[in-house]
Design a protein around this ligand. Structure first.
Ligand code: 7GP
Length: 815
């Protein structure tokens, strides 16, 4: 179908592109869709009318995209993720639709500024951290690269909790992000699905494999979608989010009439609880049944939708994998593998081997962690109760799989035990990572080191069996959001330097900045941008070294190491108040999982140290510690452009990749970091002379553990370290932080004390570089110039070529 047919066939008026057209459309949105007038419109009315007007422009492109993509009948990429941290939508969509200036103009008659309106745009916090933000960056880049794709996720009523500080500790509040509605989404109730849980299975007469599952409970999944525009291209893809609902029959009128109000709605409430809240936890297995329910809900709804879409254009199941690649964002959606088997075998009546061959070719799996406690497993008894048919299918998959292992490694019973999808040590559990490796065509880690460690440690047995299955795809970030939108000043300098903004779709072009690194006028501009960004952030003296550590709180990331450095600086300044100290602002931001007490103790100690320093007239002029509350995408976009120094100090071998490290380097912050995750690749790109390296490498860290690590030895040996820990224990910070000191001195799981001295020495190198303004600026420019590799556009191109094997389907421009 040609795109003109779409609209002309029904005589739809074209949306104009002049300021006048935009103005008219905004006013009609206000009048007809918000039901108000210019005179009585509230700021929120104006916001919603503007959002709808911008959305219309993208919806237009969406219609043409869908027509072009379906006509092409390509292999679609379906990205399955329990989390999306999309960030605020208005500013992005203004940029991607090229209507920013028109919008500012059009708001004037309403007496509103664009800035005021943008403040009403709430970010949907449907994720915890790196994994969720990566999902958002990848779908942005898929659209930008014209790849036919749909992101599937859950529309949680409550996103990641809102963090505030109470008495210096983290307090959590629910995030009712869509309280005022969400103008960016399109509900699609006709595409709803029915999802079963519990119940039992029955044999199907005449078939040894097929079963009939009789669920004990059913809920509805209702989708809505948000538009995912590509930048500087016509493509607009979608992210489709499922919300759970009770059926029409779930309201019990007779109970209600009898005054049993709570009982009358209890079934509906139970159903809706499935998409009620994002699990605010990205590191420990906290799940329990509701979490498994969420996972199955996402997978079941999405797979049926994928199959529906497949059948619109195709008939033969043998084409399914050629038209479908489903990327599993970590193990959370892994139950999609037995679910597809169930649909193919039980519902569509394919035989097992044919279904398995299709299934295996349909899925690919990305792993995002190395922490053993973050590898999901579910008790067999819970699976059996909630998803009885799926457990039977997993047993069958496992049986076939273990036969394959036995054929490769005859008599190696230990290997079979290690590799089995069912773990038998103690309570029997389903190992989701094993299922994900067995049921997919490709498995990838998210940075070179991570992929190597996956192959050599956690998944070594699987890599022995299927070496070709294992790949690396280094993460990347959206240059539109994290440079252009977050840092408009720097974007302008870059565009001036490169003669245009083509770099936003082709980040390797940043390399052309290298020649400007020695141009004094360019350096001066570069510095003044950073300074202006610091003034905007208003976290401290804009001339101080702005040292930022922004990420989830986790012991492996080692905010406690940064804190020991801060305490040592505090001691040094007190001892020598007239020293030539470099003023520093140390900025922390990040959330801790609500049940993660050790991480919360660290937050508390940071704030206690901050208060002690602020109250000390000798130290305060030189050193300031700030904790910025409620770190989210929006706040990241404010902090990153103002950073001078990026703290990437995890224990080597623990951070799978990191993506904040990329965002900061691209915005001209210099990195102080360990040889961990993508730090290694950042250092290789920017040059070792432009990166502050310290600490043990992954091999040495593993060795230290094996040889028996004694944190106390470091304490005894190092007077400054001893002073820092003693100060905590002596109550120098209001008596706060003894738990932190105790864990560091007791076992120090992440070798913080082992890296302390090397870290402090390295910070002195940082200060030497900072004293030489020109040297620092040059290093900063080179960091930006050499980080083009870390564009998510490159990441997506890698996935497309090596894992998905898909090609772009460009959408014709409107003439
Ligand atoms: C994170 C990793 O910790 C981080 O290193 C990586 O950059 C990011 O994923 C994107 O790949 N992992 C998570 O956020 C997470 O929830 C649990 O992992 C499996």
């Amino acid at each position: 179908m040609g795109r003109m047919d779409l609209r002309q066939g029904i005589g739809l008026r074209r949306l104009g592109s002049t300021a006048d057209d935009f103005q008219q459309d905004l006013l009609s949105s206000l009048y007809y869709r918000k039901g108000t007038t210019v005179e009585s419109a509230s700021a929120r009315d104006a916001y919603e009318a503007l959002a709808l007007t911008v959305r219309d422009r993208l919806a237009d492109r969406r219609a043409r995209t869908a027509a072009a993509q379906f006509a092409h009948n390509p292999r679609w990429v379906y990205y399955l993720s329990a989390e999306y941290l999309l960030g605020a939508q208005l500013e992005q969509n203004l940029l991607y639709s090229g209507t920013g200036d028109l919008a500012a103009q059009a708001l004037k008659p309403l007496g509103r500024s664009l800035e005021e309106i943008e403040d009403l745009d709430v970010e949907p916090g449907l994720g915890n951290g790196g994994l969720g933000r990566l999902a958002a960056c990848l779908i942005d880049s898929m659209a930008t690269r014209d790849i036919p794709a749909v992101g599937y996720g859950i529309r949680y009523d409550f996103g990641i909790f809102k963090q505030s500080l109470e008495d210096g500790g983290q307090a959590e509040r629910a995030d009712d992000w869509a309280f005022h509605g969400n103008p960016w989404e399109f509900p699609a109730p006709d595409d709803r699905q029915t999802v079963g849980f519990y119940g039992h299975t029955e044999p199907v007469p005449g078939s040894p494999v097929r079963k009939r599952w009789v669920p004990g409970e059913t809920v509805l999944g209702e989708p809505s979608h948000m538009l995912v525009p590509g930048y500087n291209t016509e493509t607009v893809n979608i992210v489709r989010l499922w919300r759970a609902r009770g059926s029409e029959a779930s309201f019990d009128l007779s109970r209600f009439s009898a005054g049993q109000y709570a009982e009358a709605v209890q079934e509906a409430v139970r159903a809706e609880n499935i998409s009620k809240v994002l699990y605010p936890d990205d590191s420990t297995e906290l799940g329990r049944e509701l979490r498994l329910k969420q996972q199955y809900f996402l997978c079941s709804c999405s797979l049926r939708d994928i199959i529906r879409r497949f059948r619109l254009r195709n008939e033969n199941w043998d084409d399914f994998a050629d038209k479908t690649i489903i990327q599993l964002n970590d193990t959370h959606p892994t139950v999609a593998i037995p679910e597809l088997m169930r649909l193919l075998v039980d519902e569509y009546e394919l035989d097992w081997d044919r279904a398995w061959s299709i299934t295996r070719r349909t899925f690919a799996y990305t792993c995002h962690t190395l922490l053993p406690e973050a590898l999901e497993t579910w008790p067999v008894h819970m699976f059996e109760r909630l998803l009885p048919r799926h457990l039977e299918i997993i047993y069958l998959i496992n049986m076939h799989f273990l036969r394959e292992v036995e054929a490769h490694f005859p008599g190696d019973a230990d290997r079979i035990r290690r590799m089995s999808i069912i773990g038998e040590n103690g309570e029997r559990r389903v190992r989701m990572a094993h299922l994900a490796v067995v049921g997919t065509e490709a498995v990838n880690g998210v940075a070179e080191l991570h992929s190597k460690l996956l192959r050599e440690t956690v998944l070594q047995d699987f890599a022995d069996l299927w070496p070709a299955k294992f790949q690396n795809v280094t993460n990347g970030i959206s240059p539109r959001r994290f440079i252009r939108l977050a840092n408009p000043r720097l974007s302008e300098v870059i565009s001036d330097g490169l003669g245009g903004d083509g770099w936003l779709n082709d980040l390797d072009r940043l390399a052309e900045l290298e020649s400007l690194a020695d141009d004094p006028a360019f350096r001066e501009r570069w510095r003044s941008v950073k300074r202006a960004n610091k003034v905007d952030l208003a976290a401290g003296d804009p001339d101080s070294l702005t040292d930022v550590m922004i990420k989830r709180f986790h012991e492996y990331k080692r905010q406690q190491l940064k804190l020991l450095h801060v305490i040592t600086m505090y001691h040094r300044i007190r001892e020598n108040p007239n020293g030539d100290w470099i003023p520093r602002t140390v900025l922390f931001a990040g959330k801790a999982a609500p049940a993660y007490h050790a991480a919360k103790h660290i937050i508390r100690l940071i704030n206690a140290v901050a208060a002690t320093i602020a109250a000390d007239p000798v130290v305060a002029p030189h050193l300031r510690v700030v904790f910025a509350e409620n770190y989210n995408v929006t706040l990241a976009e404010r902090i990153i452009p103002a950073a001078d120094l990026s703290e990437q100090i995890s224990l080597a071998g623990k951070e799978a990749s990191g993506t904040g490290n990329m965002k900061l380097a691209l915005n001209g912050a210099l990195t102080i970091g360990t040889l961990d995750g993508a730090n290694i690749e950042i250092r290789a790109h920017v040059g070792e002379e432009n990166f502050f390296l310290f600490g043990l490498d992954a091999f040495q860290a593993a060795e230290a553990r094996i040889n028996g690590y004694h944190p106390r030895e470091h304490y005894e040996r190092d007077a400054e370290l001893r002073a820092a820990l003693d100060a905590i224990n002596a109550g120098a910070f209001g008596g706060v932080g003894r738990e932190v000191a105790e864990s560091l001195l007791g076992w120090d799981e992440y070798l913080t004390l082992a890296d302390y001295r090397s870290y402090l020495d390295c910070q002195e190198e940082v200060e030497r570089a900072w004293r030489d303004r020109d040297r620092w600026t040059r290093m900063s420019i080179l960091n930006t110039a050499r980080c083009g590799f870390f564009s998510a556009d490159r990441t997506v191109a890698d996935y497309a070529a090596r894992i998905w094997r898909v090609a772009p389907v460009p959408v014709p421009r409107e003439d």
